[in-house]
Design a protein around this ligand. Structure first.
Ligand code: IPM
Ligand code: MN
Length: 353
């Protein structure tokens, strides 16, 4: 394949992990005979500094023109204590999602056997956990009508049939490619929007007779994720519930630094780590690049290049097993590696495989 990749390093640790992701992508492309070119574009706080817009028009065009976007992280503390700031880095992320039509956010929760001891949950509870959370990403309260004055405020949790159907279709298809089990997470005992989700999911069920579909209230799902995470195969939910549940999911595995995600939909898909910009670690060469690297694996898999994805996953497993790890997951008796050094190790390993 001839890949055109838009690279959006963003803020904080973004540029450091982005470089590792690009190096790994290049190594795999060289190995498997793909050509690849990268176009860099600003996003988030760094884009605000450069041109006053967290998702500039030029960045949008570069994304539209690419086969895939390799995104890292956005967010800067200088905007955090000022919720009234007119322009905020997060708006860049929401604009990117909306303008690229990225309605399906795929966040896998996977256990790395070498890191089971790092999980806040007991090993016997998490050892078989392996599920995907599919979060609707361009609807609901994030984008519904909003109002605020000094005495009253609201956010509208609006969903249309079309928005619900298309995300459910993605979820049913994922379940089909996995263990044929879909859990629709909602709050249908209280919310009208959830009742519509559930109605439409029930209507669609007969089209997927090979998938076992069940329905769970979001409060119960939050509990089940930590008491019996192996229950889940594919879960699908609306934007806000998905935001909350995927943070919960990310700690099951023991480190947020290892989980990648993909956002797909109408235009160019985006691949990114689920963690944020960790501004305190910026430039210190301590950030874990594995989530970014695994997001490159998801990128290849999106284009059905399974071997390319597998090479990356294998290299990451080998690195963890060889104690090539950043400080937050290193164990006693082994010296921690830097972001850059892990990148070099992975590239060498990919060349050997
Ligand atoms: C995420 C983040 C974003 C969200 C923020 C930064 C707007 O928390 O990707 O989960 O709420 O969607
Ligand atoms: Mn979130």
């Amino acid at each position: 394949m001839d890949f055109k990749i838009a690279v959006l390093p963003g803020d904080g640790i973004g540029p450091e992990i982005s470089k590792v992701g690009v190096d790994v992508m290049t190594a795999v492309c060289n190995k498997k005979g793909h050509s690849v070119s990268y176009t860099y574009a600003p996003v988030g706080a760094s884009a605000i500094d450069e041109c006053g817009d967290p998702f500039p028009e030029t960045t949008f065009k570069i994304c539209m023109d690419a086969d895939a976007v390799l995104f890292s992280a956005i967010g800067d503390p200088k905007y955090d204590n000022n919720p009234t700031a007119k322009v905020r880095p997060e708006q860049g992320l929401l604009a990117m999602r909306k303008r690229l039509g990225l309605f399906a956010n795929i966040r896998p929760v996977q256990i790395f056997p070498a890191l089971i001891h790092k999980s806040p949950l007991k090993a016997e509870i998490i050892k078989d956990a392996d599920f995907i959370c599919i979060r609707e990403l361009t609807g609901g309260m994030y984008f519904g009508e909003k109002y605020q004055d000094d005495d009253r405020a609201y956010d509208t949790n609006a969903y249309t049939r079309e928005e619900i159907e298309r995300i459910l279709r993605v979820a049913f298809e994922y379940a089909r490619r996995r263990r044929n089990h879909l859990t629709v997470v909602d709050k249908a005992n209280v919310l009208a929007s959830s009742r519509l989700w559930r109605k439409i999911a029930k209507e669609m069920e007969p089209q997927y007779p090979d998938v076992t579909t069940d329905y769970m209230f979001v409060d119960n799902a939050a509990m089940k994720m930590i008491t019996e995470p192996s229950f889940f195969d594919v879960m699908v939910t609306e934007n806000t519930f998905g935001d909350i549940l995927t943070d919960e999911g990310s700690v099951i595995s023991g480190s947020m630094g290892l989980l990648p995600s993909a956002s797909t939909g109408e235009h160019t898909p985006v691949f990114e780590p689920i963690h944020g910009s960790w501004p305190q670690a910026k430039g210190l060469n301590i950030a874990n690049p594995m989530a970014q690297v695994l997001s490159v694996a998801m990128l290849f898999e999106y284009f059905n290049l399974k071997e390319e994805g597998a090479i990356i996953r294998r290299a990451v497993d080998d690195a963890l097993a060889a104690f090539v790890r950043t400080p937050e997951i290193q164990v006693e008796g082994h010296t921690a590696y830097g972001t850059k050094e892990i990148g070099e190790w992975l590239v060498n390993r990919i060349n050997e495989l």
